[in-house]
Design a protein around this ligand. Structure first.
Ligand code: BG6
Length: 482
């Protein structure tokens, strides 16, 4: 059995990592625009260092990113050339509501996205739209403390309702919040949270999580009311945890770490808090304020499908001393000697993708969507900007084979596959341009130099052939250099 003929092949980006133009068209700053390159990035992302204004001695890559704000026609043309059926993108909240709590949306911001949707339609590409991808208007952070405030539920709901109504008929596939579980690991990135003295950090994070879960359910409900054709998904930063050894306590730790992510999806897909979370709150003395009616809201609007990102698996242990061999930068993970690693220490595990698909499908029995997957690598372009990225093709080929096996052999329902960073973009964790994922090379470096010129890599034609054959032809042929 091959993949369904309507399988959605494509690529994914996020507004803050591609658009630039952060103060153009009436837009104002959002949290992610204030993440500098360099050593302060981590502390800002964790919510441990407040930096709510640009500082002169720091470089902020989101300011210009790859300037898709002015290049989207050319970029979409290239996506169309590869045969994309779907393009995953996000809206910038502060382009539409510059302060976040404005009563009226910014017409110029809405018109910008309308331009993109028209262009996609022209090429028969379906948009898959993330309403918030690491995105909180700065005013909402300064004034309300980001998602720690219940008020964000109203502001996000107003924003979601505005775009759902305005783009009715233009967008059918929606994701409410990108990698919602990142809130626990990078609270400023995921929720615009900056910790204050005396905070019980775990309580602040789970309170913000509750607000996001209620807001996500309300947006899902609205999406269905506005247009019954709408399909709404939740979005998990995926990749399962392996126990470091077969000691039962290591396996227990792997279950616990998987649940940190599943917690969000359990609520979004099943409509209620799982018992293990309620017990955690009780045992750790966390008081999470829930308003009357919240349980009903959560129950009333489970998502239609479950989407996730997958880059690697992780390895965990119940014993602190095992972490001396740690790898990766957002999730603490022990080096798994059975797997190769990327230049950034992310461990390459295609079978882990098949296993994740099976775990998620067993758990939720809903259609799945792989909305991010790819290899961040250093590319060496020749004088024409051409890159022989066989390493990227190899990574993607192995992961496509893995998800095909999950569909064809295991019977998992999979709607589509969008590779991450189909065009080179700013890396979320490090702010680097040199961590490239694209089929399209962008001439821009880590210091902000370069012409922004777009050129096709070897993987461009390979992916085109993969899509044209609906995933049947993954062979690597010799490329004709241009
Ligand atoms: C996911 C995010 O965490 O992984 C993306 O949704 C991000 O925004 C991607 O870019 C890859 O991570 P990085 O740090 O290599 O950009």
């Amino acid at each position: 059995m091959a993949l369904d003929k309507n399988f959605l092949w494509g690529g994914a980006t996020a507004a803050n990592q591609v658009e630039g133009g952060v103060l153009e068209g009436g837009r104002k700053l959002s949290n992610i625009d204030l993440l500098p390159c360099g050593e302060d990035r981590k502390a800002v992302g964790l919510g441990e260092l407040e930096m709510l204004e640009w500082q002169e001695d720091h470089y902020y890559p989101a300011k210009e990113a790859i300037d898709m704000y002015h290049h989207y026609i050319e970029d979409i043309q290239l996506f169309a050339e590869m045969g994309f059926k779907v393009y995953r993108m996000s809206l910038s909240w502060s382009r539409i509501f510059p302060n976040g709590d404005d009563l009226e949306p910014n017409e110029e911001g809405l018109a910008f996205y309308e331009g993109i949707f028209k262009e996609l339609k022209k090429h028969g590409i379906e948009p898959l739209v993330t309403i918030a991808h690491f995105d909180v208007p700065v005013h909402l952070i300064k004034e309300y403390g980001g998602w720690r405030s219940r008020k964000l539920v109203d502001f996000y709901s107003h924003y979601a309702e505005t775009v759902l109504k305005r783009f009715k008929g233009q967008v059918k596939y929606w994701l409410t919040i990108n990698e919602i579980n990142i809130l626990l690991h990078q609270p400023f990135v995921g929720g615009g949270i900056i910790f204050r003295e005396g905070d019980n950090k775990e309580e602040v994070k789970y309170q913000a999580a509750h607000h996001q879960l209620v807001a996500s359910a309300l947006a899902t409900k609205t999406a269905h009311e506005v247009d019954p054709e709408n399909q709404v998904g939740c979005m998990l930063a995926g990749g399962s945890h392996y126990p470091y050894t077969c000691r039962p306590e290591d396996y227990q730790e792997a279950i616990r770490r998987d649940r940190e992510g599943y917690f969000f999806i359990d609520v979004q897909a099943r409509g209620k808090y799982p018992n293990y979370a309620l017990k955690k709150f009780e045992q750790e003395g966390l008081t999470i304020q829930m308003e009357a009616g919240d349980a009903e809201i959560l129950a009333s609007a489970p998502v239609d499908f479950v989407s996730f990102s997958y880059y690697c698996s992780r390895t965990v242990s119940a014993h602190a001393e095992d972490y001396q061999q740690a790898t990766g930068n957002i999730f603490a993970s022990i080096k798994n000697d059975n797997l190769p690693s990327t230049e950034w220490g992310w461990q390459i595990d295609p079978l882990g993708l098949r296993n994740s698909l099976n775990q998620l499908y067993d758990r939720y029995q809903k259609p799945l969507f792989i909305v991010e997957n790819g290899l961040g690598a250093v590319d060496m372009p020749d004088e024409n900007g051409y890159v022989e990225d066989d390493y990227r093709i190899d990574y993607l080929k192995q992961h496509i084979e893995a998800f095909k096996a999950a569909v064809e052999i295991d019977g998992v329902e999979l709607l589509g596959y969008t590779t991450w960073g189909c065009i080179d973009l700013v890396a979320a964790s490090t702010g680097q341009m040199s961590k490239r994922y694209g089929f399209i090379y962008v001439d821009r470096d880590d210091q902000g130099n370069g012409t922004m010129k777009r050129t096709k890599k070897k993987s461009f034609d390979w992916y085109k052939q993969v899509i044209a054959s609906n995933g049947e032809n993954l062979a690597v042929t010799e490329a004709v250099k241009v």
